[in-house]
Design a protein around this ligand. Structure first.
Ligand SMILES: *Cc1c(COP(=O)(O)O)cnc(C)c1O
Length: 352
């Protein structure tokens, strides 16, 4: 079978999605399925929907469009606060978007009127990670400016932590978001459909908290695909961590020295290396390289070490395994590796 290919186990993804939905649901939190890490793959999106997830979120219009055109029946959320020049496409393809700029919401309103639709917005609040979001002290002011805009429905507030600044979503941050939600609801006499507390990094807070407060939503990507939380990338009990596998092929396998020989210069990426002499080793060239995927996101499933890479292949020390040209080698992936495989035109997708 053709390589390099990513093998996608839809049953394992479904298992993870259902279990996360049940787990978070046990304290009244609904989950949104984030598809950006899988490039809006329609088969995976369909699996999430069939697992009971009714809102899908992506950060690229093209991915949302791809899922819509494949007939995926879900509500779609634009995860990256809209690029101002894309406001029209956001209204056209997404039902909901995360927002932090009044001018952008006004522009969404204009297009919502033009398309005769209602676009839901979730206002993102900065809670210390210093990524997206307005300062909490500006929240009421922004609500005031957007709440009566035609074609716009204030559907909620949210925050995103553990992203830019590596700041934990904890009891204090979530308690604060809850209190902001209550203030908005009281002052403006609305009920917020979404109080969206964060992402896969919220697991530890969720499992330890006595009271989730007004938090009723999380946006999950990595937990579903990788089966882990993301504060320390600890596995979540009962989930699969191996729903995705990259398979590539040996293109050369020889016993060669462990140290390059000759006059030393820069390598392909401009580095000058130093090597430790370990005598002759079994060096296998594997047919997947930097142009295909983010090699740093790959870990060989067998006891091999990645000892070199270039645009076209990686080199492994195959140790005791006598690989031959044509043998297949499997790699597990981290989230970055997954994203790179799913977006790569050079990697074939195979579903199981
Ligand atoms: C990517 C993203 C998520 C999902 O994060 P995971 O760590 O994959 O769960 C949630 N919210 C926003 C705004 C994102 O950009």
């Amino acid at each position: 079978m053709a390589t390099p290919r990513i093998e996608i186990d839809l049953a394992k993804i479904a298992h993870n999605a259902k279990n996360l939905k049940r787990l978070y649901g046990s304290k009244g939190i609904d989950i949104i399925g984030v598809t950006k890490g899988v490039c809006g793959d329609p088969d995976i999106a369909d699996t999430l929907v069939k697992s009971g997830i009714s809102v899908l979120a992506d950060s690229r219009i093209s991915n949302i469009k791809r899922m819509r055109e494949a007939g995926i029946e879900a509500e779609f959320l634009m995860l990256r606060t809209p690029i101002p020049s894309q406001a029209e496409s956001v209204v056209k393809y997404a039902d909901i978007s995360l927002n932090s700029e009044v001018s952008v919401v006004k522009s969404l309103s204009k297009f919502a009127v033009e398309y005769d639709t209602t676009h839901k917005i979730i206002l993102m609040v900065e809670l210390g990670d210093l990524g997206v979001g307005l300062m909490p002290s500006d929240l009421e002011g922004m609500v005031e400016e957007v709440i009566d805009l035609e074609g716009i429905e204030l559907a909620g507030i949210g925050t995103n932590l553990a992203c830019q600044g590596g700041i934990k979503p904890d009891e204090e941050k979530m308690g604060y978001l809850s209190s902001l939600a209550r203030e908005v609801e009281e002052k403006f006499e609305v009920t917020l459909e979404f109080v969206s507390g964060g992402n896969s990094a919220n697991y530890t807070w969720f499992t330890s908290t006595e009271d989730v407060g007004r938090i009723n939503n999380l946006r999950l990507g990595e937990s579903i695909y990788m089966g882990c939380e993301t504060l320390y990338r600890t596995p979540i009990p009962g989930l699969f961590a191996d729903a995705f596998t990259l398979v590539a092929e040996v293109i050369e396998s020889k016993i060669k020295p462990s140290v390059p020989y000759g006059g030393v210069c820069q390598d392909v990426s401009g580095h000058i290396h130093t090597f430790q002499d370990r005598g002759p080793i079994r060096r296998a060239l594997i047919g997947v390289g930097l142009q295909d995927v983010a090699v740093s996101g790959l870990t060989p499933k067998l006891d091999f070490d990645i000892i070199g890479m270039c645009s076209d292949y990686v080199i492994v020390d195959a140790k005791q395994t006598d690989l031959k040209a044509g043998d297949e080698v499997a790699f597990s992936l981290n989230y970055g590796g997954l994203l790179s495989c799913m977006t790569s035109p050079y990697v074939m997708k195979r579903y199981r």
